[in-house]
Design a binder for this molecule. Structure first.
Ligand SMILES: [Zn+2]
Length: 310
């Protein structure tokens, strides 16, 4: 369903749509996995308030709805609003700010911010499907922070970077991207990240940063670098333009949509951009559906949206 279709749904239809995505074949209890479930009349005797879409598990004898055990659990936001948020975030190439989302969905900015982070959590949950292979570009960048003036003469090089957060990206040409937010960029950090995510018969392309020195020893395809300081951006196949393209999208999101991204949450934003990048070849509707399928997960709380997946 696209955004238009979702926005015309009633809450009951939205719930039904979510049930279809979560349980394509049979409804199953989220606690014990049993399919021996029965739909409850939500005005049943003894129930204090009406609860929509309630089922009961005959094995563990506990009631559940489609949102139990998902990122929607315990949320007072309507399912239709959640679906619209998923759709908007999956379709916005450069990201969408919580302020904008709050206006479009008619919720407070605080609620919109939280919705965004839960959706990012779902996006970052993608199980790693194998290692990167082939031609892999590696690049590092610094995101966020403000230039700090050290004296009247201007900005020192060190001060220019000390309140920015380094991010490393591995981009397989024609394939997927992996990102990592680190405390600082060191040769060890770079090499570990590359070796843990790239198959050994690949070829590595980097810029001239000295932290990459010696990486060719681990990869049969070898290592080539371009020297940006000498205005060399491509030498035949040797370039990191794909990785720089990814970073430019990320930075446009940070500067143009989010304006400010805290260090603590930067990995979430990187996950969002990687997710859209990795699914760039399918259309917005399909991407929304793929993201919704990852709704199951630990419940997140407002003040700890960064809690790790189990
Ligand atoms: Zn059960």
């Amino acid at each position: 369903m696209n955004f238009n279709e979702i926005s015309t749904l009633t809450e009951a239809q939205a719930r039904e749509y979510l049930e279809q995505i979560r349980w394509p074949t049979e409804k199953a209890c989220p606690r014990c996995g049993s399919v021996n479930v029965v739909k409850l009349n939500n005005t049943a005797v003894g129930s204090r308030k009406k609860r929509e879409g309630l089922y009961n598990c005959r094995d563990c004898r506990k009631p559940f709805t489609v949102t139990v055990g998902t990122i929607f659990e315990g949320s007072h936001v309507s399912i239709r609003t959640w679906l619209m948020a998923f759709s908007l975030m999956c379709a916005s190439k450069k990201g969408i700010s919580s302020c904008q989302l709050s206006r479009m969905l008619d919720v407070t900015q605080k609620t919109a911010w939280f919705i965004c982070h839960r959706v990012r959590y779902a996006m970052g949950k993608e199980p790693l499907k194998g290692m990167l292979r082939g031609s892999v570009e590696v690049d590092e960048t610094y995101v966020g922070g403000k230039l700090r003036k050290v004296n009247n003469l201007g900005f020192s090089h060190a001060k220019r970077y000390d309140n920015k957060t380094p991010v490393i990206a591995l981009v397989e040409r024609g394939g997927k991207v992996r990102t990592k937010v680190t405390a600082n960029i060191t040769a060890r950090n770079l090499k570990n990240f590359i070796r843990n995510n790239v198959l050994t018969d690949s070829k590595i392309y980097t810029d001239e940063y000295r932290g990459y020195k010696g990486i060719s020893a681990y990869f049969n395809g070898g290592h080539e670098s371009v020297v940006h300081s000498r205005y060399e951006y491509a030498r035949g196949d040797a370039h990191i333009n794909t990785a720089e393209c990814f970073f430019s999208l990320l930075k446009r999101g940070v500067m143009g949509s989010f304006h400010k991204v805290s260090k603590k949450h930067l990995q979430r934003y990187c996950d969002e951009f990687s997710w859209r990048w990795n699914l760039r070849k399918i259309d917005d509707e399909e991407r929304t559906l793929r993201t919704l399928r990852q709704m199951e997960g630990e419940r997140l709380f407002y003040n700890e949206p960064l809690r790790k997946a189990s």
